[in-house]
Design a protein around this ligand. Structure first.
Ligand SMILES: [Zn+2]
Length: 305
């Protein structure tokens, strides 16, 4: 049992959750608290209107079923109009097993009993979602998202989880609304409750697949007009990273070949000098070193005295 939110707190919670709530004049005092108790509250109930343009209808109701008929009316375009912050004629009687499941936040929402001893209007907030309810009329994404936010906002404000959210059809055998799957809806509410109130699902970066990663890697290496190279031509001053790597490797191998050739020439020259002047400064001509390979440390020979 929880104390019902005041009109101001209800509106604040909804707006913090991203509900595009519009205040209908007089909604804060539009209720049926004089006809029966309001609270403690235990959950939120989801309805479809089974009609079109039902805003006036849910405000006024009928002689047999006087308004308000919900706390919020949700239009197809996602506009959430505030109708009431008190007792509203949206639920009617409720089965005890359904009520207990909601109170206990049970993950199992049983088929409601036939007997209906509970006053659903006392214990639940209700939203009327504009939809024909024939299973063919779609719920636009913006409307569905606003409904999820509406339910999540009230759960968050009371510290409830997604199992405090039930469809009207889950509380009584008399009803079939809403026409969408409530477990999927509760899943969306739970997802919202794992995030802060201001969270938008599209804020989360899309996870990259392995294929995406491969594509990104290839794009990086093949991105042209990216790196200016000192040896670029006027017509092509900036190269792909891939071309720079390949070009650098080619140049490095050319250099290695040149160094090897030079080394051979020096050795040849050293040998020739030694033959012409045996026992003299032959090795000194090579700087006192016999260079073997680039990779190994030079082996020193002592200069001749
Ligand atoms: Zn209903």
């Amino acid at each position: 049992m929880a104390t019902p939110l005041t009109a101001a707190r209800l509106l604040g919670a909804l707006r913090a959750e991203g509900v595009r709530a519009v205040e209908r004049s007089g909604w804060r005092t539009h209720h049926r608290n004089h006809k029966g108790p309001w609270g403690g509250v235990n959950g939120v109930a989801i309805h479809h209107t089974a009609g079109t343009n039902s805003l006036e209808f849910v405000w006024r109701g009928t002689a047999a079923l006087p308004g308000p008929l919900c706390h919020t009316h949700l239009a197809k375009n996602g506009t959430a109009t505030m109708i009431s912050a008190g007792r509203a004629n949206h639920f009617g009687r409720m089965a005890r097993n359904a009520y207990s499941a909601m109170v206990n936040e049970s993950p199992h929402h049983p088929r409601p009993d036939g007997a209906e001893p509970i006053d659903g209007n006392r214990h639940t907030y209700g939203i009327e979602i504009e939809n024909l309810g024939d299973g063919r009329d779609p719920y636009p994404a913006v409307q569905y998202d606003q409904a999820v936010r509406w339910a999540a906002a009230i759960c968050r404000a009371h510290g409830w989880n997604q199992h405090s959210v039930i469809g009207h059809k889950e509380g009584t055998r008399r009803k079939i609304d809403p026409s969408f799957d409530m477990n999927a809806f509760r899943g969306k509410v739970a997802e919202r409750l794992r995030h802060p109130a201001h969270w938008n699902p599209e804020d989360d970066a899309m996870p990259l697949s392995q294929e995406d990663i491969e594509k990104v890697a290839q794009r990086v290496w093949e991105k042209d007009h990216f790196i200016r190279v000192p040896w670029g031509t006027e017509a092509n001053p900036e190269w792909m990273a891939k071309s720079i790597i390949v070009d650098t490797g080619t140049r490095l191998r050319d250099l290695q070949e040149q160094v090897t050739a030079l080394r051979a020439a020096v050795c040849e020259l050293t040998a020739a000098l030694a033959a012409d002047h045996p026992g003299t400064e032959a090795s000194a001509a090579a700087g006192g070193r016999v260079i073997t390979t680039l990779d190994q440390p030079a082996t020193r020979t002592e200069p001749q005295p």
